[in-house]
Design a protein around this ligand. Structure first.
Ligand SMILES: [Zn+2]
Length: 172
């Protein structure tokens, strides 16, 4: 059975959703500030929602390569700020194997406004990609799913922009 060509658009959109989950879960794990952890956790949750919509319609791997819309490279390496030791493990070491510093030496210092910026920027790109990928889709179910997904992205983008403005209005 040959799947209709437009299903690849859904698979690519699903891949972007999976990337979003992976990226924001990792950012959530590495952030030191619990408020920033919350922000990345919120984003991961929304991308989980995206995958819930697309997953059942987009089985299998995409033929075309989905673009990388998240700055994975910024979160790939963990660096001990005490001694500069670098590692690429998934979990933060409890102590630095090089200098013995506690786990917080590996946590990422990200401010809340930078975190919302990151959510807004990536979600804007994802929204543009979803729109482009969905342009040629004719299947009603697929179209409906992509519209639903765009709605989730728009919601997250709006939330990020609002929170960003709220922080700017504050005294910090
Ligand atoms: Zn160290």
């Amino acid at each position: 059975m040959t799947p209709p060509p437009q299903s690849d658009a859904l698979r690519q959109a699903a891949q972007v959703g999976r990337d979003g989950i992976a990226f924001f879960r990792r950012a959530n794990r590495l952030a030191s500030d619990p408020r920033v952890k919350f922000i990345f956790g919120r984003a991961a949750e929304e991308y989980e929602g995206v995958l819930k919509v697309l997953g059942p319609l987009a089985k299998g791997k995409a033929k075309g390569k989905a673009p990388t819309l998240f700055p994975f490279e910024d979160y790939e390496k963990l660096e001990c700020y005490v001694c500069g030791y670098e590692t690429e493990t998934d979990e933060i070491p409890e102590v630095c194997p090089s200098c013995g510093a506690a786990r917080y030496a590996f946590e990422k210092e990200v401010s809340q406004d930078r975190a919302w910026d990151l959510v807004a920027r990536t979600t804007k790109d994802v929204l543009a990609f979803t729109k482009k990928a969905g342009a040629g889709v004719k299947d009603a179910k697929a179209k409906e799913a992509l519209a639903k997904v765009a709605g989730i992205h728009k919601g997250l983008l709006g939330e990020a922009q609002e929170e960003r403005a709220r922080l700017e209005g504050g005294t910090s």
